[in-house]
Design a protein around this ligand. Structure first.
Ligand code: GCV
Length: 730
């Protein structure tokens, strides 16, 4: 019998009184069997401390259904788990169901070879499970592919059952997590008829982990796997990632050390891959373009040199010998000091193709990043990637993705979508989102990023007329990218720069976990809404009381706009210091103009903002009509992007009737007030969520409120020296 952290003391007492006991700590979930009397004592002693949650369990807390009739109905619906023996993925499916159901239902649901009574949950594929094969569902399953699944209420051998079926074990795994999520979000299980398949093929986390264990732009402790790893933690990472359908992890930073491709590191990568494999997460590596010279002692890295091509081929063969399901390489080349093909007068396509040819025989891919901003290409940083990459459309091998950040600058709190989306119809574009909050308050500010990602995914590029959404570019449908006959999938993908580390709560801020969750859910289905994803996450992570859900939901959904108001009003971007945290509008970086706040805001006594119309840099022309026309005119540019595209005088009359200066004042002030309101709203949850996490979040919200006020004060004081307008504060 189980005692677990939950909100139902009465059930605890009954369980303890009835049978022998088992304690599960939230931290490790290690199970210790105890004699019953000892358990009662220990259980009572721990009861209080077990209530204090650490956040380690993420959205997989599996809290007991407190409503007794609901609990009984779940128990009737789930009496046995029937998962075929003998495959590592089958075993993790069974283990997760046992664990999840133990928490959610408060009983140990046995794993059985076949249903013996109503209520079996049967999981498998037609080839692993004779029960699934006998159902004859092939026609329904095949169009869903190996990662898709159905969850259906059915009759099997005359007994009521729930069947989770797929043509692939990946689909069975995702279906099992979906089934658990139904109970986690307190859905009925009686008449299920669910069919799902992911909209995107590659759903990757990019870990900017250095081999020494530090993480670039990581705010949650050290790397999960470098230089050593805690297997239990990596398993838990894999469980959480698989639960939202993530199927790949780039395990080292794009600012890659050549050493990551040396034999000892490939062996370590193989060890990580072995832990992730049952969860259907493939390992990918970031490659340094200079590796042939550094590791292979060649005299050149020229991608058209046959010796270099041979070196990459040999390296790929070595990797695949140790990691047969290796996903491929991501490469940051000729960007921020990294080596690349242009060092040899070659193009990005030449570079990408050399690596692509090496991994192609093994089914691998190359993700070639378009985060390039060579100063010689154009004076305006946001124009440079388009200028370099559009001419290369159609010149990449079939197994190359161009990996493109959501916006053309660098993960600012609000950017227009990157103009490459819709401009490279012959090249699969892998969108790169940033989960770690580099420019978004790091691990101190509560900013739920799904609304920002939705803004990006739902943006209309107009590349093929109205309705040419970024999400359709990414999923390949806009350009009619071919469906592979073998699995009906297109070559598509999305990557998120991860926010995980060894901090006990994984992400530094308890609410940053929501961004990991939301990234996975949107990668699975970009059509989901930010609110629906928040609702799922809140229930699984915090609780079910309607006022708790409503309050947290409102905090989450308001948080991104609040952050924009106090850091980036009216599209005024990169007014941040070199730490990418605090306001620094005066920053003029001696190393590069385009790392400076002053390069972007251009404030002086005549006005503020970056003119990207044809009178200025002309960046608007990288967008399709009618966007280029709309964004060329301040009157038809949304306020949210006004100073991104326009340089305007301080007395410019806004749509609101205020002057530009007064509008800036209003936005900074509003943002600071909204940050304060986030904290105030949170305080209404005192006593309604566990105290430890309540306090931890409260402390962070307090800091956020102070930081927001500091953004307002510092930026307005600075800009006021140019505008001469009135200040709201003393
Ligand atoms: C991994 C920004 C970040 C860098 C990051 C770079 C990139 O410049 O500040 O830390 O480097 O983007 O995406 O390559």
């Amino acid at each position: 019998m189980i005692i677990r952290r939950d909100d139902d003391d009465e059930i605890h007492a009954k369980l303890v009184a009835r049978r022998g006991c088992m304690l599960i700590t939230p931290m490790t979930l290690r199970i210790r069997r105890l004699g019953c009397s000892a358990a009662i004592v220990v259980g009572m002693a721990l009861a209080v401390s077990l209530r204090a949650e650490t956040g380690h369990d993420l959205w997989l807390r599996y809290v007991l259904a407190a409503d007794s009739s609901q609990r009984e109905s779940y128990r009737r619906a789930v009496t046995a788990i029937v998962v075929p023996q003998g495959s590592p993925t089958g075993d993790v499916i069974a283990a997760e169901l046992v664990r999840g159901l133990r928490g959610l239902l408060g009983v140990d649901v046995p794993r059985a070879p076949r249903p013996r009574s109503p209520g079996a949950v049967i999981v498998g594929t037609p080839s692993t499970s004779p029960l699934v094969a006998a159902l004859g569902w092939t026609e329904a399953l095949e169009p869903l592919g190996v990662e898709g699944y159905v969850i259906r209420s059915a009759t099997v051998g005359g007994l009521a059952a729930t069947v989770i079926a797929s043509t692939g074990e990946s689909g069975a795994l995702y279906g099992a997590f979906h089934f658990l999520r139904l109970i986690q979000t307190r859905q009925p299980l009686e008449t299920l008829d669910i069919a799902e398949r992911p909209k995107l093929e590659r759903r990757l986390l990019n870990h900017w982990d250095n081999l020494d264990g530090t993480i670039e732009r990581g705010y949650a402790g050290r790397s999960l796997w470098w230089p050593d790893r805690d297997d239990q933690r990596v398993h838990d990472y894999a469980r959480a990632s698989a639960s939202v359908g993530i199927n790949g992890a780039v395990i080292n930073s794009v600012n890659a050390s050549s050493r990551s491709l040396s034999t000892p590191f490939i062996k370590r990568a193989a060890g990580i891959a072995a832990v992730l494999r049952p969860y259907r997460i493939r390992v990918y590596l970031a490659a340094n373009f200079a590796a042939p010279k550094v590791l292979g002692a060649l005299t050149t890295d020229d991608p058209l040199d046959p010796a270099v091509a041979r070196w990459w081929k040999g390296k790929a063969d070595e990797i695949y010998r140790l990691i047969p399901d290796f996903g491929g390489f991501v490469v940051k080349a000729n960007s921020e000091g990294q080596p690349g093909p242009q060092d040899y007068g070659r193009t990005h396509a030449d570079g990408a193709n050399a690596l692509a040819d090496a991994v192609a025989p093994h089914g691998g891919i190359v993700m070639w990043r378009a985060f390039v901003y060579d100063e010689r290409v154009d004076p305006d940083r946001v124009k440079r990637a388009y200028a370099e990459f559009v001419p290369l459309d159609g010149r990449f091998r079939d197994n190359v993705f161009a990996q493109v950040k959501s916006g053309p600058l660098d993960f600012q709190p609000r950017e227009p979508f990157h103009p490459l989306f819709g401009a490279m119809p012959k090249t699969p574009l892998m969108a790169e989102l940033q989960i770690t909050q580099e420019y978004m308050g790091q691990a101190n500010h509560l900013v739920y990023l799904a609304p920002m990602w939705k803004e990006f995914l739902d943006a209309d590029t107009y590349a093929k007329g109205p309705g040419s959404l970024v999400s359709k570019v990414i999923d390949g449908s806009l350009d009619g990218r071919a469906l592979r006959p073998v699995d009906g999938q297109r070559r598509t993908g999305i990557a998120g720069v991860a926010n995980t580390g060894r901090d006990v709560n994984w992400s530094g801020h308890d609410f940053a976990q929501a961004n990991w969750y939301a990234f996975g859910r949107l990668a699975w289905d970009p059509g989901l809404s930010a609110g629906a994803i928040a609702d799922e996450w809140i229930q699984m992570t915090w609780g079910y009381a309607p006022d708790v859900v409503a309050t947290i939901r409102s905090i989450m959904l308001d948080s991104r706009e609040a952050y924009v108001h106090y850091t980036m009003p009216l599209g005024l971007h990169h007014v941040i210091g070199g730490d990418h945290y605090a306001p620094m509008p005066e920053n003029t970086d001696p190393r590069r103009a385009d790392w400076s706040a002053t390069y972007y805001h251009r404030a002086d006594t005549s006005g503020i903002g970056y003119d990207r119309t044809r009178r200025g840099s002309g960046a608007v022309d990288q967008y399709w009509s009618p966007l280029r026309e709309q964004w060329s005119d301040p009157a038809t540019t949304p306020d949210a992007l006004l100073l991104w595209f326009h340089r305007l005088p301080w007395d410019y009359r806004m749509k609101s009737g205020r002057t530009l200066w007064d509008e800036l004042v209003a936005s900074y002030s509003r943002g600071a007030d909204e940050a304060k309101a986030l904290e105030t709203r949170w305080t209404t949850l005192s006593g309604k969520v566990d105290q430890a996490r309540y306090q931890a979040v409260l402390a962070k919200l307090h800091r956020q409120r102070e930081d927001a006020a500091a953004w307002r004060d510092k930026c307005l004081r600075y800009f006021q020296t140019f505008s001469g307008g009135p200040l709201p504060m003393k």
